[in-house]
Ligand binder design. Structure first.
Ligand SMILES: CC(C)(COP(=O)(O)OP(=O)(O)OC[C@H]1O[C@@H](n2cnc3c(N)ncnc32)[C@H](O)[C@@H]1OP(=O)(O)O)[C@@H](O)C(=O)NCCC(=O)NCCS
Length: 133
């Protein structure tokens, strides 16, 4: 996941922000996060090639697909998985703070920009988007 972050998303962060993000990706921190969030992975031959992490009722925290498997519908399938589960549990919308790189992907699967680009601490620039379920 760090290599996908480095290649496609890191440019949206300052150096400090990049370090903070990478520090969150240790197996221990991931396990900790998974206690309060929903995590699904895509696998090929028992190898993880993508993951999505979301928080009920309506927030996508992150989605990463291995570069080799971009454009093969893994992202769409992982998003559908979360959307279907959350809809069944009563959610009426899903929100995401999209990376610049992922905006077109989200638009393709039905998400719309809710406002302009937002710049947060540590230089993280993102595009707020939303989909009605
Ligand atoms: C964004 C990302 C998750 C998309 O995953 P993916 O598995 O490559 O996307 P899919 O193959 O499921 O694509 C679904 C649709 O979106 C389109 N799409 C995907 N990425 C696109 C892009 N960069 N530009 C234009 N369209 C794109 C696909 O062509 C497909 O369209 P179709 O339904 O007409 O065939 C993946 O590229 C990624 O991991 N990017 C780097 C990390 C990142 O930016 N994560 C988001 C953080 S918020």
């Amino acid at each position: 996941m760090n290599s996908v972050f480095d290649e496609f998303v890191a440019k949206d962060f300052t150096k400090n922000g990049q370090t903070m993000f990478r520090n969150e990706q240790t197996p221990e921190k991931q396990n900790q996060r998974a206690k309060t969030r929903d995590v699904y992975v895509a696998e090929i031959d028992n190898q993880i090639v993508g993951m999505v992490e979301a928080t009920f009722p309506d927030h996508i925290n992150r989605i990463f697909i291995d570069k080799k498997y971009h454009g093969k519908n893994f992202g769409k399938k992982l998003m559908s998985k979360i959307e279907n589960i959350y809809k069944k549990k009563g959610s009426i919308k899903i929100k995401v703070y999209a990376s610049d790189f992922a905006v077109k992907f989200y638009q393709r699967i039905g998400y719309k920009k809710t406002r302009g680009l937002v710049k947060r601490k540590f230089g993280f620039v993102y595009q707020p988007m939303k989909k009605k379920l």
